[in-house]
Design a protein around this ligand. Sequence first.
Ligand code: SF4
Length: 447
Amino acid sequence: MDLMTKLDILADAAKYDVACTSSGSSRSAQKGKLGSACSGGICHSFTPDGRCISLLKVLYTNVCIYDCAYCASRRSNDVPRAAFTPRELADLTIEFYRRNYIEGLFLSSGVIKSPDYTTELMVRTLSILRHEYGFRGYIHAKAVPGTAPQLIDELGHLADRLSVNLELPSQKSLALLAPQKSQANILAPMRQIRDSIAEDAETRALARRKPTFYQRQVRVARKQEAFSPAGQSTQMIVGATPESDYQILTLSAALYQSYQLKRVFFSAYLPVNQDPRLPSGDAVQLNREHRLYQADWLMRFYQYRADELIDETHPFLETDVDPKANWALNHLDLFPVEVNEAPLEVLLRVPGIGPVGARNIIKARRTTTLRESELRKLGIAYKRARYFLTCNGVYGGAGVSFTREALRPLLAAPIEGGRHGRRADRVLPGQLSLFSDLQQIPERPSA
Ligand code: SF4
């Protein structure tokens, strides 16, 4: 099979994996070497449904000994199969890099022969890239559950980010849809990656602080690359099994806390197989995925706890109101707040005010009294925020009854001219691959 056919098959097979942002690595360009993993130098691409992808996103192979019900590459599917050699994939990456098509590599794989054998092939590929070509670009590699710790260690010293896909939110669902996987063998490499990242960071920090005493560590640190310096992430499929948003978000919160994950990615279930264990119907729950990302964002950047956003009695996020607005509507007794006095943590709870806006408000009010015009100049989404604010004693939402019933439809309406909830009303024409015909890609709505 020629290389382009392999690439066609393996880039296409990789398109279902969404966990591929490249932020977090700070390795810069170096004379005589190729590439840079600094965030500013990384090319990203966005699929039409808004997902962030790296341009060379491939599987090492789509041959797989497992038979996960939801997966296009599962053993029982009759699909064209292909596998790179380590040399082919490394050369291809460099050729694409030199042509300026890509800035990095996102490498995942089916399980060929065994998790160890698969990881060995990935390690060989990345070794050629890093050591032979001196490639310093961003590499995100998937760690295969069940791989020996030594191989995970080698992979981690070659990649910027590692991820182990949790796949499904509960052991029960894994047992049903991915019987060869278990939470235990998924969490074991996650734990190892967490510990290795912490250990590596600690060793390097000590070596920097006490160079004399830690000369040996300095030498070791210089010799080998940092272990997964951009952290680890995971991905969960949403909608293939009955778990609620409450279960998914509480699990995500636990993963952030216990495993220090950088990101939990949510992937709306895409029906690619006929299987009685899977939900019937073709509906892709992109709106649900979108709301989960918003809630995840609130937990990571706004200090919301999962149980503030959702609870067991209302286990699914509202689809027509974003989770922050919904929280505010449920806590009207705390509003309106005076924008010239409210502390940062209170401003962060106001719909329409983000972390940057909140800090700008705090800074600006040291020298001026803020009114509507100043807030607009600071980039605050005043149309949303006004129902929850007073500016120098003047309530911005005058004329509208301060009740949940009256405010809810105003907050549910899309922001005029913005991209709010932009994927909610989009029809997903199927996932696109590197080689998809551009005619298939629907036009983005203009801003
Ligand atoms: S392990 Fe499961 S999800 Fe991964 S490629 Fe194989 S069948 Fe697909």
